[in-house]
Design a protein around this ligand. Structure first.
Ligand SMILES: [Zn+2]
Length: 404
């Protein structure tokens, strides 16, 4: 790597006297602020104010308009803070999502030994992802309050991750300053470097049958429930439902929702289903979707009324996120692994079957690794934050931001 050359001082003088919260204090403050998906304005304001209090130039803190392109009406876009570098090196991006799942609204964390647990029964603490928010916010405040050298940095707090990665998907990339390495905090173990994730496709299936009196003239009806049953049994028997393995290719599918019918004495004329297909292999995922559609079409042909009428099946679907896999020599992977080793841990490269903001960042041209920050039992009332892991994540983030 070229030797880092010190440039002139950053355009503002770091204030030395402001109180900058320690990581644990910061995460507790963040957890207390409600902010489910689409309702991130209050938490974004807190992040912004903390940056300003630490000496950030307010002109370098901006919001994009991602929330205007998402399926729900959000009250803020993604929050972006650009910090000019003090050394010449490729720009680095540090990111985390701002929103929590609804069960974490009402978070009341209490400390038990080296863990934060919920003190409000039935509610999670929102470690997912206030821990990630705190990790990169702490890094930003540390750099603002010190003269530690660092490359140009972009901090990105995304909205609406939990409901389909919409903040990252719609982030205004032109506002990010062209980062070459990107790091995302969300998850458990701090030494786990997630370098790939599956791609997910979500579908809605509507079966239109024909209603008829179930006692007087069932033969004149077309049961949408019978069509659904035949289709699902077909997928299950042919190995296209659940864990799918075909000729060395792997994926998953799930019929997750089925709704239909009104009364036992009516042939059900309408069934609505929701299903998903996932695979790291995009072409195999498309094949799974095709098999699901074909099974429903075949099933529709097998259920006929006495007058030869058949039901109809309609499909709608959308790609939730594309799969990605970073190469082992990708600079972000190398940098994350090196920093984890420097701090005395062995990096564990992993690939996940869930979707991450990193899916959209990577498929949109910004290779992004994801690191953990001490979350446990996410999306549940039993959620915890493992404090030593969270503090290690803070150390890792600061070293990555300094390009050490
Ligand atoms: Zn998360």
């Amino acid at each position: 790597m070229a030797s880092a050359k010190k440039k002139s001082q950053s355009p503002h003088t770091p204030p030395q006297n402001n109180h900058v919260p320690a990581p644990l204090e910061l995460v507790l403050q963040l957890m207390a602020i409600p902010g489910a998906s689409g309702d991130e304005q209050q938490i974004a304001n807190f992040v912004r104010q903390t940056l300003v209090d630490a000496g950030a130039d307010p002109k370098q803190i901006r919001y994009d308009q991602a929330h205007l392109h998402t399926p729900i009406d959000g009250n803020t876009g993604n929050l972006i803070f650009k910090l000019p570098g003090t050394v010449r090196a490729p720009r680095r991006l540090l990111m985390s999502h701002l929103d929590t799942v609804p069960i974490c609204v009402g978070s009341l964390p209490v400390r038990r030994g080296n863990r934060l647990l919920s003190g409000n029964p039935g509610h999670g603490i929102g470690a997912d992802n206030r821990a990630g928010v705190a990790v990169i916010l702490h890094t930003a405040t540390q750099l603002l309050q010190s003269n530690l050298p660092h490359p140009p940095l972009t901090f990105l707090w995304t909205v609406q991750e939990e409901i389909g990665l919409h903040g990252a998907r719609n982030a205004n990339l032109s506002m990010l300053g062209n980062p070459k390495l990107a790091f995302n905090w969300d998850g458990g173990a701090a030494d786990k470097v997630t370098v790939g994730a599956t791609g997910g496709y979500r579908m809605q299936i509507e079966i239109q049958g024909l209603a008829s009196h179930a006692g007087n003239a069932p033969e004149q009806g077309v049961s949408a429930i019978a069509i659904a049953a035949i289709a699902i049994a077909d997928l299950q028997q042919t190995g296209w439902h659940g864990d799918i393995r075909k000729n060395g290719r792997r994926g998953t599918s799930n019929i997750g929702v089925i709704q239909g019918g009104n009364a036992t004495n009516v042939v059900a004329d309408h069934v609505f289903l929701r299903a998903e297909a996932r695979s790291h292999d995009a072409s195999f995922r498309k094949q799974i979707v095709k098999q699901i559609e074909a099974a429903f079409k075949r099933a529709a042909k097998k259920v006929t009324s006495s007058k030869g009428k058949q039901g109809k099946v309609k499909f709608r679907g959308q790609l939730d996120y594309e799969a990605f896999r970073l190469a082992p020599d990708e600079p972000a992977v190398v940098a994350a692994s090196n920093v984890i080793r420097q701090l005395g841990h062995e990096p564990v490269l992993s690939v996940t079957n869930g979707g991450l903001d990193a899916n959209w960042m990577s498929s949109r041209g910004i290779p992004t690794v994801t690191l953990g920050c001490g979350q446990l039992h996410q999306h549940m009332a039993q959620e915890e934050l493992h404090i030593p892991t969270f503090l290690l994540a803070c150390d890792i983030a600061l070293q990555l931001a300094r390009a050490n």
